[in-house]
Design a protein around this ligand. Structure first.
Ligand code: VGL
Ligand code: ZN
Length: 188
């Protein structure tokens, strides 16, 4: 069991956007299954931050530009919007991957997320969202590097699994680095 301390804990919701959910151009299988779990967690936290992948039309990660992904999460399109089921009206919104020449899997990369968290006295972050093997992993590992205690909520994340074991490996990598992995039901 883990008790939430609302002065020093924050919830981070990574990239729960239409393009990463079933029907989207880069759908995470069952990506939308994280939504009810995250919606149950939101009211438990005073401070909630979202990240959104928010790319220009010619972003370096897109195939036409030599990257590995189809165009996705183009700024100000429906694909980049939050999934309509996610209840994030009162969250602080962070946009990443906005620079056309830089990939940014982590919510800390090229953003002021770390500064905003520290300014608010946050010392521990609880990470949820998509995708386990890309942006969740990168955000968790960067969170450690920024000096936060990092907890990933295992039933509030889903992976792409381009290779079958990618999510499993990502979880192991996070654990080895010092990330705590817990189920949402263990949080009070
Ligand atoms: C992501 C692939 C490309 C993610 C972002 O949010 O995990 N994956 N861009
Ligand atoms: Zn992207």
């Amino acid at each position: 069991m883990l008790t939430i301390n609302n002065k020093t804990d924050a919830l981070i919701i990574v990239d729960v956007q239409n393009d990463f959910c079933p029907g989207g151009v880069l759908a995470v299988p069952e990506g939308d299954k994280v939504i009810p779990v995250i919606n149950q967690l939101i009211p438990k936290f005073d401070k909630v931050y979202t990240t959104q992948d928010w790319h220009p039309e010619d972003h370096i990660s897109f195939k036409k530009q030599g990257g590995i992904w189809p165009p996705h999460c183009v700024a100000n399109t429906k694909g980049a919007d939050f999934h309509p089921g996610l209840k994030v009206e009162n969250a602080i919104h962070i946009f990443k991957g906005t620079d056309k020449n830089k990939e940014a899997y982590s919510g800390f990369q090229g953003t002021d997320l770390s500064g905003k968290l520290k300014e608010n006295g946050i010392r521990r972050i609880f990470i949820t969202g998509l995708a386990t093997d890309y942006c969740v992993k990168a955000t968790a590992l960067d969170g450690l590097k920024q000096g936060f205690e990092v907890v990933v909520i295992s039933d509030a994340i889903k992976g792409v699994d381009v290779n079958p074991d990618d999510s499993k490996k990502a979880l192991q990598e996070m654990k080895d680095a010092g990330v705590f992995i817990i189920k949402s039901g263990k949080l009070y």
